[in-house]
Design a protein around this ligand. Structure first.
Ligand code: ADP
Length: 492
């Protein structure tokens, strides 16, 4: 391991390697975190730079760039270049330009039909490899990071490459979701030029395959995940996705840090997507946003009917199957549903069917829309998030800021960020939503019913909304917790 030779007063240099960063490219929470955390770390005095693949949309958004380095002879990989750039928030970008791997029609991980790109091992093997090169004495740059911070399986091989490199910086690996593992055929080890010796239980092997995620968990100097509760859950069989044993063994090197939110992007007082801005002190605008949303989604304009918002990937994880199942009963409460999302075809169809069966009551938009997601957070009365598991979850944080109390399942970061509303918590000022235990339709329904009952008690509802909006989910506290992890890893 390189001794950096820096004194403690020098700015800590961190290479933040990620496969997505909002607003340049985002498919979920990882994009939000990568778009905001590096800026928050820089704001508390670190020199953080983001390494990101040069997808077409990223290259198109680079205003001007310099070629910082060329990699023409990396065994096992096509030629690539490193371009300089800058995020809108000022964070320096290192864009990994390799058109044959990254510039194509479709998403970062999948083609337009939703199938994983077959060359994902190559695509994210290269990203992982370059992050490791930049963190080792083989780097062609003048800028040498003290530490490499990797995120999710797409950069999971970086800690492995670093372990076998000369003059390597230590690594921190953050788990944003254990469900995505990047598991591939054993031959991938050789194709990506990892030493064959690392294909074993003490290495990248996972039930006969090689696993990018396992590599990150095994070789990183420290592991973090995005909430304290999820850090505990993944050390147990129910949510460890087969890696609970390794995580429990590494429990002393595993820290849960709750995500923050980007308050430049998510603030109802300044949000550019809202018809009317509002704040805790001036709430009248929220009603205008509800009316706007009802119109936009073809819902009856009914100011007094509670409007339930959903923004989600349509997957088993998010528990929307339960919500769709009880939708007819919710409408009977009465309530309306505003749903934005995409994913599994069956769930998309079920959501569409509901909107046809209940015109004016269920509004559905299948797709990905940043604009509509802000409008739902602002216009809905409550936000529904019945995730079976949830590493952190961001929408329940946004919804609290927008005075839209969330209804959540008691899991992962949802439990860390939402306080169930009871007579005591409402009185004590901590209540900020509704939490149900036991993942079934009955518990979800009775909890939403509890929420809609409270909604009709205007005085109490106002108190609840005020509590939500008084919460502080800014990135500063999280950034300080990451800094403490970096210092621990570096022995400072
Ligand atoms: P996950 O990363 O598991 O999808 P998170 O709650 O951590 O869940 O983050 C999801 C992020 O993606 C949030 O910013 C959310 O608003 C956004 N998002 C999810 N689906 C959509 C969609 N269909 N349109 C716009 N934004 C979406």
């Amino acid at each position: 391991m390189r001794s950096s030779g820096l004194n403690n007063m020098a700015k800590l240099k961190v290479l933040f390697a990620t496969s997505e960063a909002a607003p340049l490219v985002k498919t979920g929470g990882l994009g939000d975190v990568s778009g905001a955390l590096p800026a928050a770390l820089r704001a508390i005095g670190m020199d953080v730079r983001v390494l990101l693949p040069g997808y077409g949309q990223v290259i198109a958004q680079l205003a001007q760039h310099k070629v910082l380095a060329a990699f023409d002879n990396l065994p096992g990989f096509p030629s690539a270049r490193l371009l300089s750039g800058k995020m809108a928030n000022g964070v320096p970008l290192l864009v990994l330009d390799c058109p044959s791997l990254y510039q194509r029609e479709g998403g970062p991980y999948q083609d337009a039909k939703g199938h994983d790109w077959v060359d994902n091992p190559q695509r994210f093997g290269l990203l992982s490899k370059i992050a490791a090169v930049l963190g080792s004495s083989a780097s062609p740059l003048d800028w040498h990071p003290d530490l490499v911070h990797c995120n999710d399986w797409q950069t999971g091989l970086t800690p492995a490459y670093l372990r076998f490199a000369q003059g390597a910086a230590p690594s921190v690996f953050t788990i944003h979701n254990m469900a995505f593992q990047g598991n591939f055929a054993p031959a991938t080890v050789q194709e990506l030029r990892l030493p064959l010796s690392c294909f074993g239980i003490d290495g990248v092997e996972f039930y006969g395959n090689m696993s990018f995620l396992k590599a990150g968990l095994f070789y990183a100097n420290h592991i973090t995940t995005v909430s304290p509760n999820y850090a505990k859950e993944i050390q147990q069989a129910a949510l460890g996705f087969g890696m609970q044993g390794l995580l429990a063994t590494r429990g002393g090197d595993l820290t849960g840090i709750l995500n923050g939110i980007d308050t430049d992007e998510w603030n109802p007082a300044t949000d550019k997507y809202l018809v009317k801005k509002f704040s805790a002190a001036r709430m009248t605008g929220k009603a205008d946003n509800k009316k706007f949303l009802q119109n936009k989604l073809g819902l009856d304009v009914a100011p007094d009917v509670p409007l339930l918002g959903v923004i989600s990937r349509f997957t088993h994880q998010k528990g929307l199957d339960l919500l769709l199942e009880i939708a007819p009963h919710l409408i009977g409460l009465p309530a309306q549903l505003a749903i934005l999302g995409s994913g599994e075809a069956q769930m998309q169809q079920a959501a569409r069917n509901l909107s046809h069966l209940y015109p004016g009551k269920v509004g559905v938009n299948i797709g990905f829309s940043e604009e509509l997601s802000h409008q739902i957070e602002a216009g809905a009365d409550m936000f529904i998030m019945p995730s079976r598991f949830e590493p952190c979850g961001l929408n329940q944080l946004y919804s609290q800021c927008y005075g839209t109390p969330p209804v959540v399942h008691a899991t992962g970061g949802l439990l860390d960020s939402v306080v169930d509303c009871t007579a005591e918590t409402l009185k004590g000022g901590s209540a900020s939503g509704f939490v149900f235990k036991g993942m079934n339709t009955e518990n979800l329904f009775t909890t939403i019913q509890r929420a809609t009952d409270l909604y009709h008690d205007q005085r109490k509802w106002k108190i609840l909304r005020r509590n939500c909006m008084a919460k502080n989910f800014s990135w500063k506290a999280s950034a300080e917790a990451y800094r403490a992890v970096y210092f621990k890893v570096l022995g400072r």
